[in-house]
Design a protein around this ligand. Structure first.
Ligand code: FES
Length: 75
């Protein structure tokens, strides 16, 4: 935890800024807001995110199969 606001210069030269009064830096490398912690390190949130991603993957696969079926159907 560091006192904010902070600006962090990334290895590629870009600057990430956070205006919060207290800023947590991600040390687990799971954050979607890297380099800042977004609480993805919490197991419950990881499980929920995995489940959500799995549901989205299944929905995408179903949509792709439906598109293929529509493409094959004669008009
Ligand atoms: S420390 Fe990585 S998300 Fe919190």
């Amino acid at each position: 935890m560091v006192e904010g606001p902070v600006e962090i210069v990334m290895p590629d030269g870009t600057v990430e800024r956070c205006d919060r009064p207290v800023v947590a830096l991600c040390m687990c490398r799971r954050s979607l807001r890297s380099p800042f912690c977004d609480t993805s390190h919490r197991p419950r949130l990881r499980r929920e995110r995995r489940e959500r991603e799995k549901e989205n993957d299944e929905k995408d696969e179903k949509d792709k199969q439906e598109e293929k079926t529509e493409e094959r159907a004669p008009e």
